[in-house]
Design a protein around this ligand. Structure first.
Ligand code: 5GP
Length: 120
């Protein structure tokens, strides 16, 4: 289902510069910043600048070029952070059962320690 995008969500406000964030990387298409409540030594959020509510909305409405840029951007951020080796985890929560709190597509990039198996 394609929900209407809420322009007032916290990541939309970060994109508009209304709320500060600790930036890791920004270009025309994506923004990466540290999570305010880190769950690992490195916990970065990567978001597309386009108004997409979640993973499914992005998959349905974004162009193939946007999708490719986003995935490449996430991997680029992993390299910028210097965590490509020994590695990291990428995760995106979608909807109520996924535990999504902010309705702007974001992926979490966790790194900096050996992560536990994520058993739901
Ligand atoms: P979700 O549960 O939607 O996948 O994840 C939302 C994430 O955004 C949470 O990990 C939360 O700590 C983070 N977050 C919420 N508000 C802010 C904020 O104002 N600034 C930053 N940097 N992170 C935030």
């Amino acid at each position: 289902s394609v929900m209407a995008y809420d322009e007032t969500n916290v990541f939309a406000r970060i994109l508009k510069g209304e709320i500060p964030c600790r930036k890791v990387h920004e270009d025309e298409h994506i923004l990466a910043f540290h999570d305010i409540n880190p769950q690992a030594p490195v916990h970065v959020l990567v978001i597309p600048k386009g108004a997409y509510t979640d993973w499914d909305d992005f998959a349905q409405r974004a162009s193939e070029a946007e999708i490719a840029r986003f995935i490449r951007g996430v991997a680029h951020v992993g390299r910028l952070l210097g965590v490509d080796e020994p590695g990291y985890r990428v995760m995106s929560n979608k909807g109520v059962n996924g535990g999504q709190e902010v309705p702007h597509l974001h992926v979490h990039l966790f790194a900096g320690r050996k992560l536990g198996r994520m058993v739901p």
